[in-house]
Design a binder for this molecule. Structure first.
Ligand code: GLN
Length: 194
């Protein structure tokens, strides 16, 4: 399997390392044409407005949307989750708008910019070490969305069809259970499309 990491901005190298740790080939995606060779794609954490500016500058917006609507899995972490969301609270426009969730940015407040906590994630782990950095969370999830994890009542991991999103950064730990879960999604989608 070839899994791309959108490499315009953010935590790219860490994701590439985690992709290779579960036996897939990691592709650092810097040009639109590279999307064609991929079975799945990761949108990393970083800063969503900065990432959006680069997405526009390199004409990535429509190709990324087309990648998702073709049925290929996308995993958004933190800023990547904001990019995937259909709606962003208090914002007129979205980015890719592929996943049926409404997100709130920088939602854990200024006092605790970053924190780490062990979370149960449905179908993945009972005790996943979740690293939050100026993280968003999911305020509302559509009827087809499976909530995979909550922290103090806030949705921080969810799946909508072939879209997976976490508010935290799984790539910043050595725990590979979440990337293994995404790898399974990518394999299933690849089999279904043969
Ligand atoms: N606060 C960032 C944003 O709004 C996301 C932070 C992150 O990806 N660690 O884009």
């Amino acid at each position: 399997m070839k899994i791309g990491v959108l490499a315009l901005q953010g935590a790219v190298a860490e994701h590439a390392r985690s992709v290779e740790a579960v036996g897939a080939e990691a592709v650092l995606v810097k040009r639109v044409e590279q999307l064609d060779e991929l079975d799945g794609l990761i949108l990393p954490g970083g800063e969503s407005t900065a990432m959006r500016r680069l997405i526009d500058r390199y004409d990535f917006l429509e190709p990324l949307r087309a990648f998702g609507t073709s049925g290929k899995p996308i995993f958004g972490t933190c800023a990547g989750m904001i990019l995937l969301a259909k709606e962003i609270n208090n914002q007129q426009t979205n980015h890719l708008g592929l996943m049926d969730v409404k997100v709130e940015r920088n939602a854990f407040g200024r006092q605790v910019d970053s924190f780490e906590t062990d979370l149960p994630i449905k179908g993945v782990a009972d005790d996943f070490p979740a690293v939050f950095i100026r993280a968003p969370y999911i305020l509302e999830a559509g009827p087809g969305v499976e909530v995979l994890s909550e922290d103090t009542g806030r949705i921080v991991a969810a799946r909508d069809r072939h879209y997976l999103a976490t508010a935290f950064h799984p790539e910043l730990t050595d725990d590979r259970r979440l990337i293994a879960y995404f790898h399974d999604m990518v394999e299933e989608a690849a089999k279904a499309n043969v």
